[in-house]
Design a protein around this ligand. Structure first.
Ligand code: NDP
Length: 299
């Protein structure tokens, strides 16, 4: 197993990754485009070896972790690097991107002679790196090659290997983020509605308290039903077992009416309502939520 590792990119996430490697005593070489950055200072203070050029950073280890802003930054950063620098390297790219960017990067890297290219998605904040909350999806290459990188890399958090296809991690990452943004969108709308409680009422609870004491417990109680929705989708069972589309549309219609009365922008909720209305117009009011997924799938 590797005793040394190189990290390219010392932004918020890259520096958290480098610190987690240093914590388990891996010799950690680092490079960042801009030297004068808090991440660079912190990692060097903790024993990271700063490399002046990206070529010398690549040369320092055979295992390279990349965590830059986006895929464009990676191509830009590596543009003038000789192919020699890539030969026989194992690259683990944890920059956020799409499955097609991952597949293109995998071909680009293999074309430059890297021995293994893994693409990954980190599913936590930099502060959570190295805690039980941290996990990353990893894909590309076979399980044997993954086993070799899993020992040095598991200081980051749990690694969830998804197989040979380099785009798999990006797909899981995007799917989980889609769920997260749905939750964020709903919560932003909830806070906007709550702020319009009458302000001259001294008993008015702070919005944060309503979110903590009422919204979160309600969402937590609902979470297991998400598994059922996916199970019904897998079984192509479109029946509305609990709340059907008819009930859902009525509920969301009332939310939109309340938003309008309270002068709250409901754009984050309207797309969902449109989907429900369209299903109703097709006479599908007795279907469940899994039925709506069909409407989202284009092929
Ligand atoms: P930061 O903005 O903190 O850091 C961005 C990094 O990219 C810096 O090292 C920056 O270098 C570098 N960079 C940007 N453009 C270029 C370029 N053209 N050439 C070379 N280097 C470049 O971002 P994060 O560290 O937070 O995020 C890094 C990746 O991790 C992103 O893909 C992000 O989506 C992902 N991620 C982040 C999470 C988070 O909560 N922060 C959570 C999960 C994933 P310089 O210092 O020189 O500007």
């Amino acid at each position: 197993y590797e005793q040394q590792i190189t990290v390219l990119g010392l932004g918020a996430m890259g520096s958290a990754l480098a610190l987690s490697f240093l914590k388990v005593s891996l010799k950690t070489h680092v490079w960042n485009r801009t030297v004068d950055r808090p991440g660079v200072r912190k990692v060097v203070e903790h024993g990271g070896k700063f490399k002046e050029t990206i070529a010398s950073a690549l040369e320092a280890s055979s295992l390279i972790v990349i965590c830059l802003y986006d895929y464009y930054s990676i191509y830009a950063a590596l543009a003038n690097t000789f192919e020699q620098a890539f030969r026989s390297k194992t690259i683990v790219n944890l920059t956020n991107g799409t499955p097609s960017e991952a597949r293109a990067m995998s071909s680009w890297m293999h074309g430059r002679g890297v021995s293994h290219y893994f693409d990954g998605g980190i599913m936590n904040t930099p502060e959570q790196v190295g805690t039980p909350y941290a996990f990353a999806f990893i894909s590309g290459e076979d399980e044997k090659a993954f086993d070799k990188i899993s020992r040095p890399l598991n200081s980051i958090g749990r690694l969830d290997y998804l197989g040979l296809e380099p785009g798999a991690a990006g797909l899981y990452d995007s799917a989980l983020l889609a769920g997260m943004y749905g939750l964020f969108g709903g919560t932003l709308s909830a806070i906007a509605l709550l702020r319009s409680q009458p302000s001259n009422d001294s008993s008015k609870a702070p919005t944060s308290k309503v979110v903590a004491d009422k919204l979160i417990p309600m969402l937590q109680a609902l979470l297991p039903s998400l598994v059922e929705t996916a199970e019904y989708f897998d079984k192509q069972d479109w029946r509305g077992h609990t709340a059907n589309i008819g009930i859902q549309e009525g509920g969301l219609r009332n939310v939109l009416a309340t938003c309008q009365a309270e002068e709250v922008d409901s754009r984050l909720l309207r797309a969902h309502h449109e989907l429900l209305v369209r299903a109703l117009m097709e006479g599908r009011e007795m279907e469940g939520m899994a039925g709506l997924v069909r409407d989202l799938v284009k092929k």
